[in-house]
Design a protein around this ligand. Structure first.
Ligand code: KIV
Length: 273
């Protein structure tokens, strides 16, 4: 092992050790510039398969491929110095067998240099998680509303509001027993998220779940207000960048049509011009 002068990134054990301590800050991002801007503020940056909907205009995450995750993973890697980078395993890349999961998880770790992978599912995925963890692949689990199962759920409804609550609790327990270093709890009621957080020894990372989870995760584009049409209730927008982007394009179009572009005060002083 050689000594490196690089800044030390957080590791899965660092995240696990934060259980019950200061809340763990996580964001999902997909590009180098955004990763660069958020790295210093995050403990964990997820290259989420939400990239398919947010950046590629897909109707859900089911069409996301390994190639897409690899490409965005490599891009985010270039922008991250200190946060733990986790890459989502896309639909169809891990469910068939634990061997399939290992092959694809190893590929993501090798090519993107991420510190861990995330996959969706509870009890049904426990054996796979155990297989990966025992073969040097740290796994973040994801229970509750698992978006890759949107067709089974019949939409993006809150899960665990009825008889299914105990099942979600069992899912969270199962992924912990299997060796996951943390678990995302998506869109479940506050009391269930609190119960899971209280009973588990690994950190829970909430999204639309409870402020009492050990950490929170949101999609950076939601936070920035990049979309005008769609806004999950649990998202707090810190800016309305979508409107700003539209306004930039509108003003630019006006300038071009009025032959006002480039306006003298906006001409860049390129070296060598
Ligand atoms: O794909 C994603 O971005 C996610 C999180 C928001 C949890 O899975």
């Amino acid at each position: 092992m050689s000594v490196s002068a690089k800044i030390k990134s957080l590791t899965p054990p660092d995240i696990s050790e934060r259980k019950g301590k200061t809340p763990i800050v996580c964001l999902a991002a997909y590009t180098t510039p955004v990763a660069r801007m958020i790295d210093a503020h995050c403990d964990l940056v997820l290259v989420g398969d939400s990239v398919g909907m947010v950046m590629h205009g897909l109707p859900n995450t089911l069409g996301v491929t390994m190639d897409m995750m690899e490409m965005h993973g490599k891009a985010v890697r270039r922008g991250i110095k200190q946060a733990l980078m986790v890459v989502d395993m896309p639909f169809g890349s891990y469910e068939q067998s634990k061997e399939q999961a290992f092959e694809n998880a190893a590929r993501l770790m090798r090519t993107t240099e991420c510190g861990a992978v995330k996959l969706e599912g509870g009890r049904a995925m426990a054996e796979t998680i155990e297989f990966l963890v025992s073969r040097s692949i740290p796994v973040m689990a994801h229970v509750g509303l698992t978006p890759q199962s949107v067709n089974v759920f019949g939409g993006y409804k809150t899960q665990g509001t009825g008889n299914d609550a105990d099942g979600i609790f069992d899912d969270a327990k199962a992924v912990q027993e299997a060796g996951a270093f943390s678990v995302v709890c998506e869109k479940i009621p506050d009391p269930l998220a609190r119960r899971i957080t209280k009973e588990l020894e690994i950190p829970t990372i909430g999204i639309g779940a409870s402020v009492h989870c050990d950490g929170q995760i949101l999609v950076m584009d939601d936070l920035m207000g990049m979309f005008t049409e769609f806004r999950p209730k649990f998202v707090k927008r810190y800016a309305l960048l979508g409107e700003k982007v539209e306004e930039c394009a509108r003003q630019y179009a006006e300038d071009v049509r009025a032959r006002q572009f480039p306006a003298p005060e906006h001409v860049y002083d390129y070296a060598g011009d």
